[in-house]
Ligand binder design. Structure first.
Ligand SMILES: NC(=O)c1ccc[n+]([C@@H]2O[C@H](COP(=O)([O-])OP(=O)(O)OC[C@H]3O[C@@H](n4cnc5c(N)ncnc54)[C@H](OP(=O)(O)O)[C@@H]3O)[C@@H](O)[C@H]2O)c1
Length: 512
């Protein structure tokens, strides 16, 4: 019998549909919203869930001041900003809501009305803080999903959920686009394939409550909750609280959205865009960039990691495109659970050594072109050393420097803080990020590539999802570092001014 060829997917499935998106004040969400507004004109309405803040209490105000003003929309605004404003007026609907509040904090009537009008949910909101206190991480990355479940259950609305490749925790080797389990302590698995996490959530919440009761002092309480998250994560087989709670979130969705369309899209380390809306567009300092920046400022010369290992970096525009294609599929295909990994380590492997070489070479050759990134010529080397050598050498040197500083200041002698501060930066970055710089896994993205293959030629080239053909040297030296310098970092004068303002407000002074 002839094998049936898979059906084709088209962006036409968005025609007349209402899409509900969370997380648009963040990095991935902004790029997604821009792409949908610019390249998916058939979408009828886009609901944006945004929580108000002290300055801008409503979603709309916050959008106007913190999102619409972003350079991510420069291409869309083009010559005619009023056309962009009209487009926003026509397509966008604002929902002032807190992800973790019951029904997002909406009235029952408002929530039900929303549920009846939404055709597709794209949930990009999360706490991406690796060391979030356990209770907060659970609330944002797992428990908030009960609201998404409730919103979508009435009409069996398809859900596209942004997760992370690192839900695979301490597993090693080639990691497929499938349900992942704990790498260490066991958690029961259901016949349907997801892990039964609700008893685990109950236990974690009990632990949070007892810490809150036992630690009346807020600082101690936060530290205890951070440590609790990290130790629970490690016990079950994850590096940090973020990835552990994102994994729990995946299980909750799979459990409660049985019979409903659910696509879990797992990006790896998301970095600046390959080409859209502009090459190198990025917001904030991401995982790899914290280390690149510390090197550029000559604060880090040693870092624990394996230079030969393959690191997984994915440009943000490929993530946004993947979300759009996954949405098109979920809207048009029979309901099913799907998992895609938006990653590079199998289709176009990049070693840590390559990243270091490209950054160091570009810094040495052209540092003057990056005044916000490289305040001076980087003269020192950047060397990856094994974790054990880092622990003995750098952590030992740090302890010695702290001890020397205490001794000298105790004797009333002046001490130089530069060396201590550099060691402090190295140790802190290593504690947070070293898991990601000694990778022993590669994330498959074959299913995502198959999804792209089902889209027509024109749409496939307008919505690329895999970095198979990307020249990494070109990406780092011509796209990413210029992008970091231009979009993520402020000129030094601006940083100093902001620091002065902060210092005048804060009794403890300012940090640059
Ligand atoms: N960046 C990466 O390298 C990476 C890698 C893999 C996966 N991911 C996933 O990609 C998604 C987006 O990440 P990102 O890098 O764009 O993160 P981000 O820049 O920190 O943005 C997070 C977004 O979530 C929103 N949010 C958080 N808590 C909320 C709450 N309680 N109520 C309402 N909104 C809330 C934030 O809104 P506020 O502005 O109000 O805080 C913000 O819009 C996440 O699901 C993350 O797990 C990211």
């Amino acid at each position: 019998m002839e094998a049936q060829s898979p059906s084709t997917i088209s962006l036409e499935s968005f025609t007349g549909k209402s899409v509900f998106i969370t997380g648009v004040t963040g990095f991935v969400g902004k790029v997604l919203l821009e792409k949908v507004l610019r390249s998916v004109p058939s979408v009828e309405r886009i609901y944006l869930l945004i929580r108000g803040n002290r300055r801008y209490p409503s979603a709309e105000e916050r959008f106007q001041h913190e999102v619409a003003t972003s350079s991510v929309f420069d291409v869309l605004k083009g010559e005619d900003e009023s056309a962009f404003e009209r487009l926003c007026q026509q397509k966008l609907r604002f929902v002032s809501g807190e992800l973790t509040g019951e029904r997002f904090g909406l009235s029952e009537a408002a929530f039900n009305e929303l549920a009846l009008d939404v055709d597709l949910v794209i949930n990009a909101a999360a706490s991406v803080n690796f060391r979030e206190p356990l209770g907060d991480a659970l609330a944002i990355n797992a428990l908030s999903l009960y609201n998404i479940i409730k919103l979508t259950q009435v009409r069996k609305t398809p859900v596209v959920h942004v997760s992370t490749c690192y839900v695979n925790g301490y597993h090693q080797g080639k990691i497929e686009e499938s349900v992942s389990g704990p790498a260490r302590a066991p958690i029961p698995k259901s016949a349907a394939g997801y892990y039964e996490v609700e008893p685990l959530i109950d236990r974690l919440q009990t632990r949070v409550e007892s810490i809150v009761q036992d630690e009346p002092e807020p600082g101690d309480r936060t530290n205890a909750l951070v440590e609790a998250g990290l130790s629970e994560a490690d016990y079950y087989g994850w590096n940090d609280t973020y990835t552990f709670t994102k994994w729990i979130g995946e299980q909750l969705l799979m459990q409660h959205l049985q019979g409903q369309a659910l696509t879990i899209l797992r990006p790896s380390i998301v970095e600046s865009s390959m080409s859209e809306p502009a090459p190198g567009w990025i917001e904030g300092v991401k995982v790899a960039d914290a280390i690149i920046m510390a090197y550029a400022r000559q604060k880090v010369t040693w870092f624990p990691g394996d230079p030969r290992a393959v690191i997984d970096i994915i440009p943000v525009d490929l993530v946004a495109n993947s979300l759009v294609l996954a949405g098109a599929e979920a809207l048009s295909e029979p309901p099913q659970h799907r998992i895609y990994q938006c990653s590079s380590s199998t289709c176009n492997p990049l070693s840590i050594k390559q990243v270091i070489d490209y950054v160091v070479q570009e810094g040495k050759a052209n540092y003057q072109q990056y005044p916000n990134l490289f305040p001076m010529e980087p003269r020192r080397a950047f060397i990856m050393i094994p974790g054990w050598a880092f622990r003995i050498g750098v952590t030992g040197a740090y302890r010695l420097a702290v001890w020397k500083q205490r001794l000298l200041s105790g004797l009333g002698m002046s001490v130089s803080t530069a060396q201590l501060s550099n060691l402090d930066t190295m140790v802190k970055l290593a504690v947070t990020f070293s898991f990601y710089t000694r990778p022993s896994y590669r994330f498959s993205n074959e299913k995502l590539s198959e999804l792209a293959a089902r889209v027509g030629d024109q749409e496939r080239s307008a919505f690329p999802v895999t970095p198979g053909a990307l020249d990494w040297q070109h990406y780092f030296r011509r796209i990413h570092l210029p992008g970091l310098n231009r979009y993520a970092l402020r000129p030094k004068a601006m940083r100093l001014n902001r620091a002065k303002v902060r210092a005048s407000r804060s009794p403890v002074g300012a940090e640059l």
